[in-house]
Write a protein that binds this ligand. Structure first.
Ligand SMILES: [Zn+2]
Length: 147
C-alpha cells in the first residue's frame, strides 16, 4: 500500500515527465517597469531587460527569477541606486500574440524589435561581426555607409 505522499510524488513525476516530453513550456513576457535597464545574473546567464520593455522567458524560470532576492546596491549616501530596483512583472500572451512577437525577436540575444526594420537595424548594429554570411555582412555594411 502506497502512502499519500508516495502517490503524490508519483503523480507529480508523471506530470513533469508529460509536460517535458510534449515540450509544453509556456512562455511569458517578463517586463521591467523601471525607467532604467535591469541587469542581473541568473543561472550563469546575464539577464538584461531594457527600461520599460520585456523579454520572453519560460514561465517557470520567470517566476523564479522575479522572486529571487536581489541585494540592493547603495550609493555613497546609503540610498539604493535606482538601477538596482527590481520592478519586474510577468504578463501572459494573448492568443496569437506570441507568434507575432517571435517574428520580431532577435535570434542572437533577448532583443525584441518594435517592427521588422527595428529588428533589422538591431542586427546590423549589434551582431554584424557574428554573422556567418559574409555577403550579407558586406551588404549591410554598405547600406550602413550609404545611410
Ligand atoms: Zn540581438
Amino acid at each position: 500500500m502506497k502512502t499519500q505522499q508516495e502517490l503524490l510524488t508519483e503523480q507529480f513525476t508523471k506530470f513533469v515527465a508529460h509536460n517535458y516530453f510534449i515540450g509544453d513550456f509556456m512562455n511569458v513576457k517578463l517586463w521591467n517597469d523601471n525607467y532604467l535597464d535591469y541587469k542581473e545574473e541568473f543561472e550563469d546567464e546575464l539577464i538584461v531587460i531594457k527600461a520599460n520593455s520585456f523579454i520572453i522567458m519560460d514561465e517557470e524560470k520567470a517566476v523564479l527569477f522575479k522572486g529571487k532576492y536581489k541585494q540592493p546596491e547603495l550609493d555613497g549616501g546609503g540610498v539604493q541606486k535606482p538601477s538596482s530596483y527590481k520592478k519586474l512583472r510577468i504578463q501572459h500572451f494573448q492568443s496569437g500574440e506570441e507568434k507575432k512577437v517571435n517574428e520580431l525577436r532577435c535570434q542572437g540575444c533577448s532583443f525584441i524589435g518594435s517592427s521588422k526594420d527595428d529588428l533589422d537595424n538591431h542586427i546590423t548594429e549589434t551582431h554584424l561581426d557574428q554573422m556567418l554570411d559574409k555577403d550579407e555582412v558586406k551588404k549591410r555594411q554598405k547600406a550602413k555607409l550609404d545611410a
